[in-house]
Design a protein around this ligand. Structure first.
Ligand code: 5U1
Length: 673
């Protein structure tokens, strides 16, 4: 029986509605309806199509994953070649690029450039005919690529039908398929759990996903695409600027990089590079540089091409984040809580913009899993400010006669036994207070910026103080006299006096900072703030039972156990008593009603400069009232607190419609104080 007209109309409406919501969600980052409502629309369409199979159309949102795996990859000839880009690695090379552009154009004015991130993914050309997705092909050698339509159809942000108005009869949009970092991590976690091979990096994972014959596999991977230009286009004009092309693509439901901007002249280019370089490690996807393009299409035509690269564009690469180096030694570092961390001592190598000669191997399990050995050649990764890490060994380059590393039986610093609790990845030195390494780390943590912030008390000085027997616990710091300090090597009278003054200054602190500074296992700043806020005083925390401590929001039995055990240990109590005798103090907190956490469940992002308090202090106070502080803005952010000179986070908040607070608004929310 043919489908009744009402069912046909409803299916058409559902398809259009789902396509519209896809556009809002993926292209505009501005969803109109909750996910559950969206799922309901898709469910209804699926049910309708099952009841009336003649209503199924290839561009229906239900038809992303085609039924059968393909037999192989057909070749696709690109009618407009897919170009590559020349690279620039230095500021001088960018200046030379801009100079060449201006000279060739005989331009006396500065050039407008469109700038975008250069995604580390797989180049793709996707064709829509009469608005319906027809074909997707990889770049291949630039002339001939592979048909990966069956896999690209599974990418949720690629519309099967173009939205908006005015799209051309034939459009081939070019872009980059990539795996967002979170999706990559989840995919590798799943693979590791199932004993499967993990991918080395998101780019390989994206390329591997596109090269699957069975589209169900690609569909299970959270691939995404950003479009950055057009190849073939028929039946419409695209304005006169590259930035206009991006705008048009967006209006038809294609995702483009949110970081795309138009800047003026070479200074604009370099400022864009700097800015994105700083934000690089916080972006949800991997980028390996930025791309600059002359924005005017007319000027692009006048500049033309050399070989396979346009004269009007260049990729400005960031320093490589991964390099090869060799392992000279593997040593064990002893942390504040006695945790033994294996550290690889490396042949120094320039990576991610710095020379690196050490990398953490995290813990014994991780070391054994990666099977890193002395003499190995390894891939070293340093991304942004993240601690450098060994990604993996190159087994083909392993010299003969290497041996796997094992956990030492005794602490390499104090010789105490090394213990490892059942089910724990971390092994610990049992030397506690007799281990100089633990003592030094305790002092480093105590003096650190977010703890008691003792200026001038650095790593080397702490080593000298502990090794010389002058200081055993944080309380001993406050008994130091300027003349004791001045007698130390490399310490002048002025520095000694400054340190005594800094110590004096640090006596006035806050309860959350003091608790954090004590270095209780698993008590970070957020937990310290929550404990302070819940109990209101140090005395109340000291007297609390583990059950009472567990009533603090987000504190579970393990952390409660650590807190209780810390205060139950007489040697810790003695240090605390001595610190109080030395005059450490903090303002009394108003005793909150039990469980009073008015900001619980609310996430804040702080940006820009505040006048009456630092961002750290604002964060402490938000956490003390149960709120969370996040580093980046998303649709789950409740408030963005914007101070002076707030930048891209404020822009994003405006785009996503996240409420914005100024300093006065924040203070009001924090209770006026
Ligand atoms: N963002 C971006 N990546 N990318 C790669 N734009 C861009 N443009 C390219 C390539 C190969 O080529 C055009 C300049 C032709």
């Amino acid at each position: 029986m043919p489908a009744p007209a009402s069912a046909r109309r409803r299916a058409d409406w559902l398809r259009a509605e789902i396509t519209r919501h896809d556009h809002r969600y993926y292209a505009l980052d501005d969803p109109e309806i909750p996910d559950a409502e969206y799922d309901r629309l898709v469910g209804e369409l699926r049910e309708l199509e099952q009841r009336h199979p003649e209503l199924v159309r290839p561009d229906s949102p239900t038809q992303r994953v085609g039924g059968v795996p393909v037999a192989g990859f057909a070749e696709v000839r690109h009618q407009v070649p897919m170009l590559s880009l020349d690279n620039a690695f230095t500021r001088e090379e960018v200046e030379a690029f801009d100079r060449r552009v201006r000279e060739r154009l005989e331009a006396r004015h500065e050039i407008d450039y469109a700038c975008e991130p250069k995604l580390d993914g797989v180049a793709i050309g996707i064709t829509w005919r009469d608005g319906v997705l027809e074909q997707a092909a990889t770049r291949g050698d630039g002339t001939t690529g592979e048909d990966v339509t069956h896999n690209v159809r599974t990418i949720r942000s690629v519309p099967l039908r173009l939205g908006g108005r005015g799209w051309p009869a034939l459009l081939e949009a070019r872009g980059e398929v990539f795996l967002p970092l979170a999706g990559f991590a989840a995919m590798n976690r799943r693979a590791a759990e199932q004993g499967e091979k993990t991918f080395v990096n998101p780019r390989n994972a994206a390329a591997g996903s596109l090269r699957q014959l069975d589209p169900r596999l690609a569909a299970s991977r959270p691939l995404d695409v950003f479009f950055y230009g057009v190849g073939r286009i028929e039946g419409a004009q695209l304005g006169d600027r590259h930035s206009g092309i991006l705008e048009a693509l967006r209006s038809w439901g294609l995702r483009t990089a949110p970081e795309a901007r138009v800047v003026r002249g070479v200074d604009g280019l370099l400022a864009y590079y700097e800015d994105l370089g700083q934000r690089r490690s916080g972006l949800p996807y991997q980028i390996d540089g930025v791309v600059y393009k002359v924005d005017s299409l007319d000027l692009q035509r006048r500049l033309g091409f050399v070989a396979r690269a346009p004269r009007w564009a260049i990729a400005h690469k960031f320093p490589a984040e991964e390099e090869l180096t060799t392992v000279r030694a593997i040593e064990w570092q002893v942390g504040r809580t006695g945790a033994l961390t294996p550290v690889a001592r490396l042949e120094p190598v320039f990576v991610g913009g710095a020379t690196v000669s050490n990398a953490t191997l995290h813990n014994i399990d991780e070391l054994l899993r990666k099977d890193v050995r002395v003499g190995d050649t390894v891939i070293l990764r340093r991304a942004g400010d993240v601690i450098p890490e060994v990604v993996r060994v190159i087994p083909e380059r392993r010299p003969r006669g290497t041996a796997p590393v094992s956990l030492p039986a005794t602490c390499p610093v104090c010789g105490s036994e090394v213990t490892r609790e059942e089910g724990e990845a971390i092994a610990r030195c049992s030397g506690a207070l007799i281990c100089p390494a633990q003592r030094k780390e305790t002092l480093r943590h105590f003096a650190s910026r977010r703890a008691l912030d003792i200026e001038g008390l650095g790593t080397k000085l702490i080593d000298q103080l502990v090794d010389g027997g002058l200081v055993r616990s944080p309380a001993d710091l406050y008994a130091l006299r300027a003349e004791d300090l001045a007698a130390l090597e490399r310490m002048g009278e002025k520095s000694a006096a400054n340190l005594v003054e800094a110590l004096d200054h640090s006596r006035a602190t806050t309860l959350p900072r003091f608790l954090y500074a004590l270095g209780i296992r698993d008590v970070g700043e957020a937990t310290a703030a929550a404990l302070a806020s819940y109990f209101g005083s140090l005395q109340a925390i000291r007297e609390a039972t583990p059950e009472q401590i567990m009533e603090v929001p987000d504190v579970g039995p393990v952390v409660a156990g650590h807190v209780h055990a810390f205060f139950a240990e007489p040697r810790n109590e003695a240090v605390i008593a001595a610190l109080l005798r030395h005059g450490l103090h903090w303002p009394a907190l108003p005793k909150p009603a039990p469980g009073a956490t008015p900001l619980a469940g609310q996430t804040f992002v702080l940006t820009g400069r505040l006048d009456s308090l630092t961002r750290d202090e604002a964060g402490d106070r938000i956490r003390a009232l149960g709120g969370k502080v996040a580093g980046s803005v998303s649709k789950n952010t409740h408030y963005v607190v914007a101070g002076a000179d707030a930048g891209s986070k404020l822009d994003k908040a405006n785009r996503l419609g996240v409420p914005i607070l100024d300093e006065a608004g924040l203070l009001q929310l924090l209770g006026g104080a």
